[in-house]
Design a protein around this ligand. Structure first.
Ligand SMILES: [Zn+2]
Length: 138
């Protein structure tokens, strides 16, 4: 479906849906497009760029995007699990000891409350919160 903004010689504009740009052309040539205000057939497209509308495409695109994002997040999770040490609830404690001792360069991951995270960032510690996707869920 294509939505066109139509403008009439009476100065009014209105929107109308057509199954395709060809169908608009056909109807227009046969003078079958009438102004909804004055019934005149002296109407034309006021905007050249049509708005494409397809509900199904929109949905499948979103699902695709979600799947792609999830895959990326899963890869990120796998990477973190492989390369970083899980410190669980001790995250803010561990991250501080690494930051101030500078003994280890190994990354860690774990959980922290939003307050703890804010504190760490205020202390100049480079922490990032990432969405932790569940592997089992589809
Ligand atoms: Zn009109």
């Amino acid at each position: 479906m294509i939505k066109y903004n139509l403008i009439c010689k009476c100065g009014k504009t209105f929107e109308s849906w057509f199954s395709s740009s060809d169908s608009y052309d056909t109807l227009w040539k046969k003078k079958l497009i009438n102004c909804i205000y004055c019934n005149s057939t002296s109407v034309k497209k006021s905007v050249m760029a049509p708005n494409l509308f397809s509900k199904t495409n929109k949905i499948s695109k979103n699902t695709k995007l979600k799947k792609k994002m999830k895959k990326q997040l899963l890869n990120l999770r796998k990477y973190i699990e492989k390369n970083c040490k899980n410190v669980g609830d001790n995250f803010s404690h561990e991250v501080r000891s690494i930051h101030y001792d500078k003994k280890t360069s190994k990354g860690i991951y774990g959980t922290a409350t939003p307050e703890e995270t804010t504190e760490l960032i205020e202390e100049g510690i480079d922490v990032t919160t990432i969405p932790w996707v569940n592997k089992s869920e589809n």
